[in-house]
Design a protein around this ligand. Structure first.
Ligand code: 3PG
Length: 389
């Protein structure tokens, strides 16, 4: 029986991927093999010894201490693309919110009605204070062309916008999905200098934190409109507040409100609604649960942010899964220890990602606990699991 702890509400269709006869799933599991999470803050979470994997039902993993997970041999999964359509739709809404004075206008109508005014008598006179420009013909800068950025860039071309995109890690898949009308530049400054609207779609990590700072904003056009549906920490809040006050930034629409931002002019904030649609909650939950299950039952790793993608069809009698450092002689040590116990390797695969690597060995004979214990003691080995077919 596998034990799965949920740290957020996970869509039932996702949980149904984990059959009741093999999985106990609740928010109270004390010795979980796996965790299913959305945005719950795990940065100070103490990992139980039992924990082997964390599946993030969503894209951003800045709420998970990735380095600590890697050192503890815990695989962290996410669900790239599963909520991209929901975020794309909200990003389009955010662009419109940043241009047209929709939120302020709506607030004004509500206030009139609350004051007992017959709103039909005031709208035509009142509307002139809420004039805002159109998107068509303007230039949109898209920073980050992953699953979401590509969709936002493509739909913006359909709205008649000129689109310039930047992504230093542009994947072949993203490049192939991108409209030919999107101009891709290797120079982020070109985006900053030419865009009337800028939308950010990059993960928040140590390289991107605070990337929209005073220096970046200084390169932008006067009156630029910023959209941030990605993560609050990508923007240096003090810098954006100063720019809003001076008018350098005409409007900032964000899914990540703070009290300081709410006191600044021309901020429209939403309560992190990007992926909050039934469709994307279902998609993310299904994908996360399937990834977790495939890892726990088969040792396969798909869509991990800290370990390489490794899949191996079953062969042989047992499967040894080893998470280890990406250093010389580890493979020889693993096969050597198995050989010493007369265990024959039926099939083997090994891949690395940065400082870490993962090896799956299918064996023709059963692997004893003693051999697994010996493997776990090898210098550089972080986690050993033996699975039986
Ligand atoms: C994500 O990172 O996938 C989105 O920001 C959605 O986060 P959520 O699952 O907490 O809504």
């Amino acid at each position: 029986m596998y034990h799965i702890k949920t740290l957020n509400k996970i869509a039932p269709v996702g949980l149904s991927q984990l059959p009741k006869e093999g999985y106990a799933v609740s928010d109270g599991e004390e010795h979980p093999d796996g965790i299913l999470v959305r945005s719950a803050d795990m940065l100070n979470y103490e990992f139980p010894e039992s924990l082997r994997a964390i599946a993030r039902a969503g894209a951003g993993t800045n709420n998970i201490p990735i380095d600590r997970c890697s050192e503890a041999g815990i695989v962290v999964f996410n669900t790239p693309g599963a909520n991209a359509n929901a975020v794309k739709e909200l990003a389009v809404c955010a662009l419109l919110l940043s241009a047209r004075k929709i939120a302020a206008g709506s607030k004004w109508v509500n206030a009139q009605a609350a004051d007992g005014v017959d709103v039909t008598t005031v709208v035509e006179k009142g509307k002139s204070q809420f004039v805002g420009p159109e998107l068509m013909g303007k230039t949109l800068g898209v920073v980050g062309l992953g699953a979401i950025g590509v969709q936002v860039a493509n739909i913006a071309t359909k709205l008649g916008m000129k689109v310039i995109g930047h992504d230093p890690f542009l994947s072949v898949h993203s490049a192939l999905s991108l409209s030919r009308m999107v101009h891709v530049t290797a120079d982020l400054n070109e985006v900053y200098q030419s865009a009337d609207y800028i939308t950010i779609h990059v993960p928040q990590n140590k390289d991107t934190k605070g990337m929209v700072n005073a220096a970046a904003i200084a390169k932008m056009k006067d009156g630029v409109r910023l959209v941030n549906m990605a993560r609050g920490g990508l923007v240096d809040e003090g810098a954006v507040i100063d720019a809003l006050k001076s008018g350098k930034v005409a409007s900032y629409v964000t899914d990540f409100p703070t009290n300081a931002l709410m006191a600044a002019p021309n901020v429209t904030a939403l309560p992190h609604l990007g992926a909050s649609t039934p469709e994307s909650e279902d998609n993310c939950a299904v994908m996360a649960a399937q990834e977790l299950r495939d890892y726990l039952e088969n040792g396969n790793i798909v869509n991990s942010v800290n370990l390489p993608a490794v899949e191996l069809p079953w062969s042989g009698a047992a499967r040894v899964c080893v998470i280890h450092r990406n250093i010389p002689n580890l493979l020889a040590a693993i096969t050597g220890l198995l050989g010493k116990d007369n265990v024959n390797v039926a099939n083997l695969t090994n891949k690395s990602k940065g400082e870490y690597a993962y090896t799956i060995v299918d064996t023709d004979q059963a692997v004893t606990d003693a051999v697994a214990d010996e493997l776990a003691k090898v210098e550089g080995v972080l986690r050993v699991r033996v699975l039986n077919h």
